[in-house]
Design a protein around this ligand. Sequence first.
Ligand SMILES: [Fe+2]
Length: 151
Amino acid sequence: MAKDARADKAPEEVSREGAILNIFQGAEFKAYGGHMRFVCWPGLGAREVGTHCVILQPGEAFAPHVHAISCDVVLVFRGQGQFFLGDRWYDVQEGDLLYAPPGVMHGTRNPATNSEPMICVGTGVPPQLELYEKGGYLQNGRFTYTPSDKR
Ligand SMILES: [Fe+2]
């Protein structure tokens, strides 16, 4: 019998049975700025997808970056701010969606002139392994995160 979909599961259980997750819970990642959590990602057992949530306070940015082989799709879930795509910043609001193919520079920022946090949810396909390595969750080809390791 499958475990409760909302219960903490081992990665192999998530991989086999799926899970119901929350965008405000997961493994912390702060290396690019803002407060990101890896929500549905290979370290948790998700296959071939990585979904993350980043909360940017006014004045914070998730630095522009590229992914070598991943496409990145980022939704403005709450608030407003700016997306970087290609070579410039664009004003964006709730519901706007960025698509960045591999090798295309992209980023997110919440201007200091805003008064509310900007919350974005992004999905990488295939997962952005470089982020997991940078966060210390992927070492020597193995994921080190466990659900009870929530930081
Ligand atoms: Fe990205």
